[in-house]
Write a new protein. Sequence first.
Length: 436
Amino acid sequence: MSNNQLEQLSQNFEQFETSLNGSKGSIHDTRKEAISSFLKSGFPTSKNEEYKYTDLSKLVGKKVDFSQRRKGSELDHEKVSDRIVEGLDAYELTFVNGHFQVELSNLPELDGVRVSGFREALINYEQTLDDHFSKYASFEKDELVALNTGFSEDGSFIHIKKGQRLDKPVVLNYINDVHENQTQNYPRNLVVAEESSELTIIEIYHDLGEDTSFTNEVTEIVIAENAKLDHYKLQLNNDKAFYTGTTQVSQATSSTFTSYTFTTGGAVIRNNLNVDQEGEGCETNMYGLYLVDGSAHVDNHTTVDHKKPNSYSNELYKGILRDKARGVFNGKIYVRSEAQKTNAFQSNKNILLSDTSVVNTKPQLEIWADDVKCSHGCTTGQIDEEALFYMQARGLSKESARALLLYAFATEVLENVRVENIKVFLEKTISKHLYR
């Protein structure tokens, strides 16, 4: 990343500070520390082992114009309604170019549930934000988290009280309006699920228009004892979208966290998913599916840290790549010495549909306990020609046979989706992608 680009980001932060009208406090102090940390290093390069195959300094630095500040947009409900998952009954927070749009949103009005934009939460729920903001996702350890923390202004705040179960999912609908020029967004989400509560969150990212967008997002999720939380991320961007995101999860005793990440678009996508099992008897499930073509680059980095006994984690990521697309998977499982009786499983499987598509995969286990059951593995290959011939011999065209085999490959991930309308939406999206 050039010195000129870093200077532009520094100037953007100065303008951002001015817009806060002298706002002070611990959160803004954290912002200043974070942006200072980022400006010292810039975007991570391939010299950083965690970004060996995704040099963001080159990929983002060459395409994103940081002299442009994020712009506002006037979209009405009619212009965005065709992007909503058909038939999904949910509460919704809509963001356009990173700004919360209350008039395009549908917020719950329920006792024991607090849902708002992040900016409003800074005023109405300041103590809760002080207790949790930047306490889990460390900007000292990751430049992307530092950049987001510095510019954190808007996003979502979700707090569900003890014993509450939200009756519908909460959708975070992130829209980039890039009809006229580029946009930059820094969404910050904080989710707090108290003891024995249940919640489903669905993040959807997409673009309206053909220009470039840059989204740098951080979500911190705190799951208390016996609480259950399902988290979906649907990345449906155009082929000029750059997305970097970190989801940082802290699980307490006997809690359950399930993650679903689906990627069907974007120029460069980097997903960091880190789960800390802080209590005994935790359960973590992580599912991912990426279907990319053209010159798209998708990088999924995951970490599960087992710190206490009798916990479980299961991870399955699958990829289908064609043309010059590139995929990266790096999954780490840590089992600490105290975490006896841990069961941990990890699998990454990929199909390459062209000689020019590439996957770099690296599943890892680091175990300090001796009474555990752990496994990991990866596969990368092409479509089974014998299976393809078998289906063609029974009357299917080669195109239909290929699509059916690929769909069956993807189904192992889809069958774990618990929100029916999301499952149907993904089935249609995947079928459309496979028949291109």
